[in-house]
Design a protein around this ligand. Structure first.
Ligand code: GLC
Length: 596
């Protein structure tokens, strides 16, 4: 299983017919006043560039083959040069590592593999010096089965922590017979979501691995516990949280079975684990999550500190079936929830299909109630970009296309370590090498997530500069001698240089920083083009070729031939003479300012 397979297919295409470049500037919002520092700090997340770090794989500083916090601190200047505003760390809390940190046994400490709280404080201080915020992963759906709450909970039915988790009797359970599992619900990691516990003779529910029992969010004490955890990290100066698996907080209280997914002949289908495939509508995206997030947000918004000013951002891991469901995650003006729920509608289309991209980008602009979209194409749960968008021939150019959509569209941008140098998915080839439990259960159909979690490729030295250990927790892919940060930093035509240039434009060009967005040339089935407009500054056009053949686009309205000044283009491409004739090579990209 990969996460993206659960996303329902797209809403109908909303094609904008007209070429709008000649339209007046009157539709653009009033010119923005120069912002005071205080309001820039409040609004930083609206145009943010956020970089996801998988700490096990970023930089090992102590030679044990596993990345750590001090390693991240050593690499902050690289992140600064790239231009990121914030780093999100996947979990670094103490954990038995059954799900590599997503099984947390203590929410208020650091796993010794990654360092200490003092190392963490130093990382935050050094990052903040460089104007980089540190965002923590917050896992509220479940804990580790080794967390003290669960150890208490499973010790006896009378324990005060008993109802912190989801305990149920089995079907037809008797004093001597455990009966059957309470219903057909499945774990996202394969097989039944219910695990029998002999000591107290009940089943507990786990949406993910057996070692990740789900918390009971009907219990107000669970709410209070997480507000205290959030305050603990806010006091240490973190810039916000990424809420893990947030849509799975609640389940149907009546324990109704999930529906079986059938094929076109009405027969049940099997998933990669060999289980009957289900639609998980009774364990996913239930409405109870909204008041919980509003409560957490209100608690965080009250927090002030002069340690590091500005908004603490709430980011959501929100795989949802459509834009209407995504819009709900922002909450209301009175009861805000997430600042930035991830828009997985766009980044996980997983096919370079112009009409679908155009429709979903239009959704993000027009159907999110004016909220800021968070674009994201990649993370530690999905094969990397090469595997989902590449063709094996033009992968670097295709990554230029993807990153242009990511950074030149309106909103905030989130990307995954190694994307900026074009790291490729490198899955294990033998079952005995698999580390991710998902791959252990799903082999060979589902190889798990190791392939997208391999060590960062820093340079051409041993272990790609990631570690001085004899062996690393996952092998370094053989591509590192060519695909590495050092080589790409020295090459002005590299993918790294492209990311850097796009991020710089996003930050410094007024239209790209905050301009409204409209899709243009909107019947073109091969090239996606859009315009960004802000008053008081030139509009910017962006065109990306979704095909391996050269394309020529005309973005000028009849009778209004406009000149255009190049801001960025695929290396080697010629400058266009005018907006009326922009020539794009295979998967070519053009970004230019309209000159009047
Ligand atoms: C999220 C994480 C994933 C983890 C799961 C369970 O989807 O991104 O890595 O395995 O939640 O916590």
């Amino acid at each position: 299983m990969h996460w993206t397979k659960t996303i329902a297919s797209c809403a109908s295409a909303l094609l904008l017919g007209a070429v709008v470049l000649a339209a007046g500037e009157q539709s653009a919002r009033a010119q923005q006043q120069p912002k005071s520092t205080a309001s820039a700090e409040q609004d930083w997340w609206k145009n943010a560039v956020i970089y996801e770090i998988y700490p096990r794989s970023f930089q090992d500083s102590n030679g044990d083959g596993v990345g750590d916090l001090n390693g991240i601190t050593q690499r902050l200047d690289y992140l600064k040069a790239l231009g990121v505003d914030a780093i999100w760390l996947s979990p670094v809390y103490p954990s038995p590592q059954a799900d590599f940190g997503y099984d947390i046994s203590d929410y208020e400490n650091i796993d010794p593999q990654y360092g200490t709280l003092a190392d963490f404080d130093r990382l935050v201080a050094e990052a903040n010096k460089r104007h980089i915020r540190v965002i923590m992963d917050m896992v509220m759906n479940h804990t580790s089965d080794k967390h003290k709450w669960f150890l208490e909970s499973r010790s006896s039915r009378a324990n005060p922590y008993r109802d912190w988790y989801m305990w149920h009797d089995g079907k037809n359970q008797t004093a001597t017979d455990k009966g059957e599992v309470p219903n057909n619900w499945q774990s996202a990691f394969g097989h039944s979501a219910w695990e029998w516990d002999e000591t107290t003779r009940q089943y507990y529910y786990h949406k993910f691995y057996i070692q990740q029992p789900d918390l009971n969010w009907n219990n107000p004490k669970v709410h209070e516990a997480f507000k205290a955890i959030i305050a603990f990290w806010l006091k240490r100066g973190v810039g916000g949280f990424r809420f893990d698996a947030i849509t799975t907080l609640y389940e149907d209280p009546n324990l109704v079975d999930d529906d079986v997914l059938k094929d076109k002949d009405g027969k049940p289908t099997l998933n990669a684990y060999g289980d009957i495939a289900l639609n998980d509508s009774r364990t996913n995206n239930l409405p109870g999550v909204h008041p919980v997030m509003a409560e957490m947000r209100a608690a965080a918004d009250k927090f002030t500190s002069n340690k590091f000013p500005g908004t603490r951002v709430f980011i959501g891991e929100t795989y949802l079936p459509n834009v209407a469901e995504l819009e709900k995650q922002y909450g209301t003006a009175d009861e805000p929830e997430f600042h930035l729920p991830m828009d997985t509608q766009i980044g996980f289309i997983n096919k370079l299909d112009v009409a679908t991209f155009r429709a979903r980008l239009t959704d993000a602009e027009e159907n999110l109630g004016g909220h800021t979209p968070l674009l994201v194409f990649d993370n530690h749960d999905n094969p990397r970009l090469d595997a989902r968008y590449g063709d094996g021939v033009h992968d670097t150019d295709i990554q230029r296309v993807i990153s242009t959509i990511l950074f030149a569209s309106k909103g905030a941008s989130l990307f995954y370590y190694g994307d900026e140098i074009g790291m490729k998915t490198t899955p294990p080839t033998r079952k005995e090498d698999v580390k991710d439990p998902v791959g252990v259960t799903g082999w060979p159909k589902e190889k798990g997530r190791d392939g997208e979690r391999t060590p960062m490729q820093w340079d051409a030295s041993a272990n790609a500069g990631f570690s001085k250990a004899a062996s690393t927790w996952l092998p370094v892919p053989p591509t590192y001698s060519v695909v590495n940060a050092k080589a790409e930093q020295a090459d002005p035509n590299s993918l790294f240089a492209w990311y850097q240039a796009l991020i710089r434009l996003k930050k410094t060009n007024p239209a790209l920083a905050s301009g409204e967005e409209a899709q243009i040339d909107s019947q073109n089935p091969k090239v996606l083009s859009w315009v960004r407009r802000v008053s008081g500054a030139p509009a910017v056009v962006v065109s990306v070729n979704f095909t391996a053949d050269p394309q020529t686009v005309s973005l000028a309205a009849p009778g209004s031939e406009s000149r255009v000044k190049t801001l960025l283009k695929t290396p080697g491409a010629a400058d266009p003479a005018s907006l009326g004739s922009i020539v794009l090579g295979p998967y070519g990209v053009y970004v230019g300012e309209i000159q009047r």
